[in-house]
Design a protein. Structure first.
Length: 254
């Protein structure tokens, strides 16, 4: 197989939730594969956004940083337009911004539900829409949503998050079949338990359950997820449409 099928030279990619964790790793990975990268996250994370851009540039890549909140839907089009202008186009959207709210379902509040769904599903949809409107008129592209193994194998204490990620997987399929006519491939990557800031408040007993439950015997690292995003963004995945690619250490299979 030709390795250049996995290259992204000359492509322009925008990554949401890219200041840290999985998003940071995705941004670095896409840049290493040759893409120009727009690094976006909350305005409050400006210093981390700049740090990721600096890492990409230090490795010889091209990066641009933007602070915006995906729940402020009126701002999305403007940020995407700026990124397109700075990079010279938009070929790939890695739709990764996400949050969690862990508590038993009977104790979950309306605020928990609204915050999680607003970021993980509503914000994700309107970012996808903004990207697709550009891609439709410029020869197509790739939209890769961050799903989760939890959409295929639920866990206790994560009802709003589980609902949001189940929605992401269903939305991915809906957009895939609607937008493939424009040359836009829409897919999702479903990480398993990953070492990120989202697990900072996880009780030790839950961590023990994760290690016991997962066939790989550990949480994944953000770098374990990167290859799936690079693959789905690359020419090698031109026939992959509407798929939820699990990178979960065997969690669902087990």
């Amino acid at each position: 197989m030709q390795t250049d099928l996995f290259r992204l030279d000359g492509k322009c990619a925008l990554v949401t939730g890219a200041a840290q964790g999985i998003g940071r790793a995705i941004a670095l990975g896409l840049a290493a594969a040759g893409a120009r990268v727009a690094v976006t996250d909350m305005p409050s994370k400006r210093s981390k956004i700049d740090a990721v851009c600096d890492e990409i540039r230090a490795a010889g890549g091209e990066a641009y940083g933007y602070g915006f909140d995906v729940t402020r839907t009126a701002e999305i089009a403007g940020v995407f337009e700026r990124a397109v202008g700075d990079m010279g186009g938009l070929d790939v959207l890695a739709n990764n911004a996400g949050i969690a709210a862990r508590r038993p379902a009977m104790e979950a509040t309306e605020d928990d539900w609204d915050r999680v769904l607003d970021v993980n599903l509503r914000g994700l949809f309107f970012c996808a829409q903004a990207a697709a409107r550009y891609m439709r008129d410029h020869g197509g592209g790739r939209i890769i949503n961050t799903g989760s193994q939890i959409a295929e194998s639920a866990r206790v204490g994560n009802a709003p998050y589980t609902a949001s990620k189940g929605g992401v997987v269903s939305l991915t399929r809906a957009l895939a079949v609607e937008w493939i006519q424009y040359g836009i491939n829409v897919n999702a990557v479903g990480p398993g338990p990953v070492n990120t800031d989202l697990i900072a408040d996880t009780p030790p007993e839950i961590e023990a359950q994760v290690a016991h439950r997962s066939p790989i015997g550990r949480r994944l690292d953000p770098e374990d997820i990167v290859g799936a995003f690079v693959y789905l963004a690359s020419p090698a995945a031109s026939g992959v449409v509407g798929h939820h690619l699990l990178v979960d250490g065997g969690w669902v299979a087990g």
